[in-house]
Design a protein around this ligand. Structure first.
Ligand SMILES: Cc1ncc(COP(=O)(O)O)c(C=O)c1O
Length: 400
């Protein structure tokens, strides 16, 4: 039986083996394992690609968020950490790290519901919340979930009207754009993850912060090396959160392929969309959105009977994943008064019950994409789930 894995890192390695092998060999030869030349080279290349003044390599996407938040607490408040009366608006429908970083910076996350079609934070609801009770809000962390841009013009307007910072969580959207601007280059700072499964993934953990602000960049550079310019005489409560030389070398080799791989992802998504358009009972991941250049970290559909759908696909050798089964406000860690919610977060809760991501391995063959699409079609046209649609299916987007 044909197999359709969510991703196939071995295949990707084979595709660029000679570049990766020689990048690793260079490291073996120079032996500069801590902040070796590859780290600076990667930072410069990424700054050029994104169109930002500074890119700073760090040890993970989670640390990128924490360091950016800590740097902003130091720069804007003159304190090492935010405190619990400092509120930071974000989405409840994201990976835990987004909210966890807010807690670890000392602030309180305020969860605002999502737009049910893009799964990103609903900007109209941010406005509503701020009009009701904006006191204490210091910043916004929009998450470009699944590779799709948040509505950055509106978020930037809201932030500049109220003097808030924006930290873009770009962990899932390397290379994505909003109205022609690279994600991570629009807010005060952008935080990237190089976790192996990301659009640009290393051979272990890694991350990056982008920013146009010299002071923020300077503080982050101190924080990631124990908190000082001089390692033996420090100013701030710091971390050991450097990006590994070896990871930077691998990422430099893989970076040469990022646009090609993102375009392969978009082609797979386009094909799924064409093949699944008009099916009743399945909601496709996007509506036509010419403003957002979607890079399909995930191709995520929504169905009523997810378990049945997932098990039918599994029987056919098709892997799927649920991102994410629990919205953040339902987790214990964000309970006990550690977070605030703006009323009900109904859309996030519904999404958590119905979403399912299909394989978008950039190197999967056209036959595999057709096979997956065909099986999904069969399930919905031949009634294999035994259930009919409860969600009103969104129109299939074409403008990717
Ligand atoms: C939206 C989001 N934010 C933050 C992170 C944290 O990144 P990392 O796993 O590199 O720490 C991830 C990824 O895992 C993510 O998907």
């Amino acid at each position: 039986m044909r197999q359709a894995p969510m991703l196939d890192l071995r295949l990707e390695y084979e595709y660029m083996k000679s570049e990766i092998d020689s990048a690793i060999r260079r490291c073996l030869e120079h032996q500069k394992w801590i902040l070796g030349p590859e780290v600076g080279e990667l930072e410069n290349k990424m700054a050029g690609y994104l169109g930002v003044k500074h890119c700073i390599g760090v040890s993970s996407g989670t640390e990128a968020l924490i360091l950016a938040l800590r740097a902003l607490a130091i720069r804007t408040k003159g304190r090492e950490y935010f405190d619990r009366t400092d509120l930071i608006i974000t989405t409840p429908f994201t990976f835990t790290a987004t909210g966890d970083a807010i807690l670890r910076s000392g602030a309180t996350p305020v969860f605002i519901d999502i737009d049910p079609q893009t799964y990103n934070i609903d900007t109209a609801k941010i406005r509503q919340y701020l009009e009701k009770s904006g006191e204490g809000v210091v910043g916004i962390i929009p998450v470009h979930l699944y590779g799709q841009a948040c509505r950055m013009d509106e978020i930037s307007d809201i932030a500049s009207e109220r003097g808030l910072f924006i930290i873009e969580d770009v962990a899932q959207a390397f290379g994505g754009m909003w109205r022609g601007r690279k994600l991570g280059a629009i807010g005060t700072a952008g935080c990237f993850s190089f976790f192996p499964s990301k659009n640009l993934g290393g051979f272990g953990d890694g991350g990056m912060v982008s920013t146009g602000d010299d002071e923020t960049a300077g503080i982050i550079r101190m924080l990631l090396k124990h908190g000082g310019r001089d390692k033996y005489n420090v100013d701030h409560i710091g971390y050991n959160a450097r990006l590994d030389t070896l990871q930077a070398a691998v990422l430099l080799a893989k970076f040469a392929y990022i646009d090609e791989f993102n375009s392969k992802r978009r082609k797979i998504a386009e094909k799924y969309n064409e093949n699944l358009a008009g099916l009743e009972g399945i909601s496709l991941p996007l509506v036509k959105n010419p403003d957002a250049f979607h890079v399909y970290h995930q191709y995520t559909v929504r169905v009523e009977d997810r378990e049945m759908f997932q098990s039918k696909l599994r029987e056919k050798g098709i892997s799927t994943m649920v991102y994410y089964p629990y919205p953040l406000h339902k987790m214990k860690v964000f309970g006990e008064g550690r977070s605030l919610c703006d009323g009900g977060l109904e859309q996030a809760e519904k999404a958590a019950l119905g979403v399912l991501s299909l394989p978008v391995e950039p190197l999967q063959s056209e036959e595999t994409t057709s096979y997956v699409a065909g099986m999904v079609r069969d399930i919905f046209t031949k009634g294999l789930t035994g259930k009919t649609a409860a969600f009103s299916a969104s129109p299939a987007g074409r403008g990717i």
